[in-house]
Ligand binder design. Structure first.
Ligand code: ZN
Length: 138
């Protein structure tokens, strides 16, 4: 067995956080958390997916963010996720590994649905221009 080569941080184009919810109470908590994120962080909030999409095993929404705010945003999520399951994954050239190998889970690990549909050689997704206007400090 050979050890895979180390990957430089420059491999990461951006990050996603996926905030999952299950049932009405969690949905309400997730939507409230979404507003608290928008008030505090320059991120790109995706729309709320009530039905299952992509490799995600529960309803959720996506938060796309630049590596520059990882050190503030991810610890804040650790403190304030309200019991919700959160997946944080980098966006490199390998979507499959990003979700299956490079992922950081908060709460519990959910299934990644249909990983064979995730590409193994794509352009790493750069952080989009934030669609939030933070008005509060983290
Ligand atoms: Zn994602």
């Amino acid at each position: 067995m050979t050890t895979p080569p180390l990957q430089p941080l420059s491999t990461i184009g951006s990050f996603h956080a996926h905030i999952y919810f299950d049932g009405a109470a969690q949905r309400e908590a997730a939507l409230a958390l979404r507003d608290r994120i928008a008030e505090r962080f320059p991120v790109t909030l995706g729309r709320v997916h009530e039905r299952l999409v992509g490799p995600h095993a529960r309803p959720m929404y996506q938060v796309a963010f630049d590596a520059a705010i990882f050190g503030n945003f991810v610890p804040w999520l650790m403190l304030n996720r309200r019991g919700l399951v959160v997946l944080v994954h980098p966006n490199t050239r390998n979507e499959r590994r990003d979700h299956l190998v490079h992922a950081l889970w908060m709460g519990e690990m959910l299934e990644i649905v249909g990983p064979e549909h995730l590409a193994e050689d794509v352009d790493a997704e750069p952080a989009p221009v934030p669609n939030t206007q933070p008005t509060l400090n983290p």
